[in-house]
Structure formats: C-alpha cells, structure tokens
Design a protein around this ligand. Structure first.
Ligand code: AMP
Ligand code: MG
Length: 478
C-alpha cells in the first residue's frame, strides 16, 4: 500500500471554497512517465508511483489514504472578460504533502473527470497537452523559473474527442498551491468579505508568513509576479493565456496551455490560436500582469484599512510600483545575459539595441544569446552589419566591468540556456506518443533537465526548426 505523507489544509477551509469529490475512474490506466527527482523531493518512491497501485492513484482510480480530493472554485477575467465562476473543471486536488524540506505542496490530477465546475467540458485531457505541460513545466524548473511541476503522466485507455479522437491522459501536477488571483475575485465579486479574509489569512500563512495584511499581501504578489514575468522574457517564453485565473498568488507559472518559446525574435509573437488580437503577445506580458495585479488589488479592497478612498489610494500606489519592479528585474535578467555584473544607465538601450537587431534579422532568440559567450551569435544574422555595430558598443561596455572576461563568459553561460523546449520538438514528442513511442519524450526531458549544459552529441536539440518544421500556432490544451 502507498503511504504518502498527506497533510491537508485547503479542505479545512469553509465548504464554499471547493466541491469535495473523487476523480472519475478510467478504464485502462497505463504509466507514461514518472519524475523520479520530484518524487524523491516529495518523499515518495518513484517505483511505488510506477507500480500498479501507484498508477491507479495517478489515474484517479483509487484514492490513497490521507487524501481529501476536491475541486477548487475560482472566478477570473478571461481575455479581459469577467467570468463570475470558474473552477477546477478537469482537475482534482488530491491533497497536500509536506516534502522532505518541510514545504507544503499540492498534488493535483489534471484531466481527472468532470466536476461541478466543468461547464460544457468533459473534464478530460488528451495526451498532447499533458505531454506539453509535462515537458514545458519541467524545463521551466530546470531553467530556474518558478513553476508548477509534473510528477507523472498516465494514459487513461479512453478516447477524448477534440478536433478529432485522441488518447486521454492525466497529469499529476505538484505546486506550492493552486490559489489564483481568480480565487480572490470569486469571493470579492460575491461581497463575501468573510471568505475573502479567510483566504487572505490562509495565503499569508502558507506563502507569505511575514505579511501583515491584505496590502502587504498585494505588495508581495506584485513583487513575485514582476520577477516571474521578467524571467519569462529572458527565455523568450510566451504564456499564452494570462487570464487572472491563471495567475498564481505565489508567483509560479501555472496552467500551461498554448504556451510556447519563441524561435526567432519578434516582440509581437503570438502562438495561441485563440489569442486573435495578440492580447498575450510576448512583449505585452508585463502590461497584462499590471492589469492582473490591478484586478487582484480590486479584489482585496474590502480588507484594506480605512475608507474606500484610502484603500483605493494605497492599492493604486502598490500597483503603480509594478513597472519599476519589473524594469529592475528585467534589467537584472538581461544584464546577466550580456555578462554584465554591474549596472550602468545605458544598459537598457544596449539590451534593446541587440533585440532590435535580432528582430530585424529574425535571429533565433535562444541561440543568439547563447552564442554571445562562444562567438557564434553572429551566425544568427543573415546581414550582420547592425549586430557588428552593436558588438562594438557591447565590447566597450564590457571593458568597464571589473571582473575578468572569463567571469563574464561564465555569467553568460549560466544565464543563457543552450536548449529550451522548442515547439517543433514538443510536436515531435507528441507525434511519438500518439504512436505509443515515448522514447522521444524521455530523451527530450533528459536534455531539457540540464539546459545550460548541452553535450555536443545533443547539439541537434539546439537547432531551430527547419522551414517545414516550424510550428506557428499552439492550441488551448483542453
Ligand atoms: P484554462 O484557461 O486552460 O486554465 O481553463 C479555463 C477553465 O476551463 C478552467 O476552469 C478549466 O478547469 C476549464 N476547462 C478546461 N478544459 C476543460 C475540460 N476539458 N473539461 C472541463 N473543464 C475544462
Ligand atoms: Mg486555468
């Protein structure tokens, strides 16, 4: 029998925070992948997870001792439009586990069947989006970017009907929690100030034990989100669905749907098939996060000190700090990418100068930055004249850095990954999975686990797509 150290706290909150229900069993569960490193962090044994008992739990066919399965309710702004009730429509929180470092972590099954929040949906996921989330979330973790994690994926043995008929799958996801800006909005919209206070106290205790109240919480979330978005920008990541229900209060990247990493650089890049107006384009992400933080601030107003005017003033001041916090974080990220350990006023224009040359020549984002440390960046430019001019400015700037050139190179190698999960590779892995060949998945995961350190025999993983391989559109992931 599985003996997992559950210690559940969300289920102790009032009934109106969730619906208690078990996952819906599936006909023929079969393990696709298990994440040994993460299992160990949780104090679990990967072999137990891969055993028949383990796979039954991961598929939702049996509920382990100590679990308290439930679907969380939330609301949110989707593409700017208010939706008063959303919730886990295809996910079930099994419970919380205290990991070997003493950190409380949610264990959730995504694709585990219908819930009261499923609306028209079937509560299921097909193997494509499950693999996509598995690969990308683990890659993000290896890149040092806060994210939910992937513990395992299982095939259900049941079909899921989307544009066509696909094999169903369940993702076992681990997160510091699954509480979203939309969780607060849900209660705020109902003027349920009691619940709002309870949720605030809960989030402070779980994520920000130093915070004194709602305003402190707002400031803390603004800080972590400013840093998170800056990190996304530094690897060319486009979340794709930055709705407030997909904005995590502890600053983890959550709900990987039509997300993608850019190949060649253009600030207006959009991959998501449903983002027709480019609301969530690469360069829009910081502005969208300000907007999301304004929604969070609005939800917290009833808990702030003083009358409404005073509360609005304080909250507005906090949200207004986001652009400066973001800019500082962005400068930190991109200075490191250029090997710079000190700060100068002209650094932003130096960084933007490179990005402009990259945009003009459709240079590959990842390989240009990685190539700065080994001299190969120039190869990314068909016409290298503007890049060559930029290198002169960069060389001058580097001359004013105190450390040795080798230190700058080291800094660059640690800030510029050699590999990211490219769309065409993910697509390739999904095609393999559809033919029940999971070897490409394991191989890709292995390479992405050490993104700053690519052995020469794996150099093909760093290649941008060939013309026929390019994936220009990604889908919702439902
Ligand atoms: P997302 O933007 O992918 O995070 O999903 C938005 C909302 O739609 C969430 O509340 C999901 O739980 C719900 N949803 C997405 N796919 C399904 C599905 N297949 N069945 C039921 N609900 C779903
Ligand atoms: Mg979501």
């Amino acid at each position: 029998m599985l003996d997992w150290p559950f210690d559940n706290s969300y289920g102790a909150l009032p009934d109106r925070f969730y619906s208690r229900l078990a996952p819906t069993p599936v006909s023929k569960p079969k393990l696709v992948a298990v994440n040994q490193g993460l299992a160990n962090e949780l104090g679990m044994d990967a072999e137990d997870l891969a055993s028949d008992d383990g796979v039954r739990v991961l598929a939702g066919n049996s509920v382990p001792d100590g679990a308290d399965p439930l679907a969380q309710v939330y609301a949110g702004h989707q593409f700017g439009g208010w939706v008063p009730q959303l919730g886990d429509g295809r996910a079930i929180l099994l419970g919380e586990i205290i990991d070997i470092k003493g950190i409380r972590r949610d264990l959730q099954l995504k694709g585990a069947g219908r819930t009261p929040y499923s609306r028209g949906g079937d509560g299921r996921a097909w193997i494509g989006p499950v693999i996509r989330e598995y690969v990308v979330s683990e890659a993000m973790h290896a890149l040092g970017i806060p994210t939910t994690r992937a513990l395992a994926a299982v095939a259900t043995g049941e079909p899921v009907y989307r544009e066509s008929r696909f094999p169903g799958a369940v993702l076992a996801r681990v997160a510091s929690s699954h509480i979203r800006v939309g969780s607060f909005q849900f209660f705020a919209a109902r003027q349920d100030v009691n619940a709002l206070q309870t949720l605030t106290d809960y989030v402070i205790a779980r994520h920000y034990p130093g915070a004194g109240g709602a305003l402190d919480l707002l400031d803390a979330v603004i800080r972590v989100q400013a840093r998170l978005v800056a990190k996304w920008m530094g690897v060319g990541f486009i979340h794709g669905v930055m709705n407030t229900d997909n904005t995590h209060v502890a600053g983890e990247t959550i709900d990987y749907g039509p997300c993608a990493f850019m190949d060649w650089f253009h600030p207006e890049t959009v991959y998501s098939s449903i983002d027709r107006f480019g609301r969530y384009a690469y360069s829009r992400q910081p502005d969208v996060m300000v907007w999301n933080m304004a929604q969070f601030a609005t939800a917290l107003l009833p808990l702030m000190d003083g009358d409404l005017d005073a509360a609005v003033e304080q909250a507005t001041e906090s949200v207004r700090r986001f652009p400066d916090l973001y800019r500082a974080a962005w400068l930190g990220v991109f200075r490191a990418k250029l090997g710079l350990g000190t700060a100068e006023d002209g650094d932003a224009s130096l960084i933007n100068g490179l990005l402009a040359a990259m945009m003009d020549q459709k240079a590959d984002f990842t390989n240009t930055f990685r190539g700065l440390s080994d001299g190969s960046a120039r190869n990314q430019f068909a016409d290298s004249s503007s890049f060559d001019e930029w290198v002169c400015l960069w060389t001058e700037r580097r001359g004013r850095e105190p450390g040795a050139p080798e230190e700058q190179k080291e800094r660059m190698r640690a800030a510029n990954p050699a590999v990211i999960p490219r769309n065409h590779q993910i697509e390739n892995v999904i095609q393999g999975a559809l033919a029940e060949d999971f070897a490409p998945l394991f191989r890709l995961n292995e390479v992405l686990a050490r993104p700053f350190d690519l052995p020469s025999e794996d150099a093909l993983f760093a290649l941008p797509p060939r013309p026929g391989e390019e994936v220009r559109q990604t889908f919702c992931g439902t």
